[in-house]
Design a protein around this ligand. Structure first.
Ligand code: Z5A
Ligand code: MG
Length: 208
């Protein structure tokens, strides 16, 4: 039986990741392709609840410790991800290890290599769609919210870190400064191609 594809959405704040993930899952499902949506952080688990309290500034967690918790929050989903992919379900994932590295490495005293280590060996995406949106266009969409990290200077560092993680063998930068529907059409077509390309290939592992 052919496997499903592992598609990850990354990108700067307000670039439209969640909007596009939701639309893509609906279109693929309507088309008849078994598809599931996942989102990291997954705030529903015990670890995810700690992360949620941290992001909403209800608690403080030491920077290394929160980095490891974000990673643990992905590892706790791996068995389920593998089972779904093996059974032919395509996974559309809203943020993944690339966000983990890009955000922590934007903090003082962290380097990219250290930040990557806890996520080494996770299932590697077949494609990362990086939604690229300039800070000016992003600021017109919605003002920054109350959550930790939602500040312009920090987000600029994060965007630079994403560029350091862009492996061209599976990373595709998409211009996100277009209408929701135009962007959706482009992503839908790209996703169908990826599903076809990888269906008989083994799942790779990240950063090994
Ligand atoms: N984080 C971390 O530190 N470590 C990790 O390992 C992981 C994450 C996984 C929570 O993420 C924080 O956790 C995040 C990274 C950190 N911190 N920050 N910043 P989150 O995923 O929960 O963040 P979010 O609240 O969903 O925001 P977002 O992802 O930045 O937004 P988005 O999903 O890219 O955009 P959107 O919600 O789809 O759209 C934003 C607005 O623009 C909304 O009003 C839309 O209606 C509008 N929109 C969308 N598309 C368009 C177009 N095409 N045109 C015009 N307007 C549009
Ligand atoms: Mg989002």
């Amino acid at each position: 039986m052919s496997r499903g594809a592992l598609i990850v959405f990354e990108g700067c704040d307000k670039s439209g990741k969640t909007t596009q993930c939701n639309k893509l899952v609906k279109s693929l499902t309507d088309y008849g392709a078994p598809t599931e949506l996942m989102k990291f952080p997954d705030r529903t688990t015990a670890i995810g609840k700690l992360i949620d309290e941290y992001l909403s500034n209800k608690t403080e967690v030491e920077d290394h410790a929160i980095h490891l918790l974000f990673s643990a929050n992905r590892w706790e989903s791996v068995k389920r991800m593998q089972k779904l992919l093996d059974s032919g379900t395509t996974l559309i994932i809203d943020r993944y290890a690339f966000s983990g590295v890009a955000f922590t490495a934007a903090k003082q005293g962290f380097d990219i290599d250290w930040c990557k280590q806890p996520d080494v060996g996770l299932p590697r995406p077949d494609a990362v769609f990086y939604l690229n949106l300039g800070m000016e266009a992003a600021s017109k969409r919605q003002s920054y919210g109350e959550e930790r990290y939602e500040k312009l200077e920090f987000q600029t560092k994060v965007a630079k870190n994403f560029q350091l993680l862009a492996d061209p063998s599976y990373w595709k930068t998409i211009d996100a400064d277009k209408t929701v529907d135009d962007l959706h059409k482009e992503l839908y077509n790209l996703t169908k191609t990826v599903i076809e390309e990888v269906k008989n290939q083994p799942i790779k592992t990240l950063w090994t």
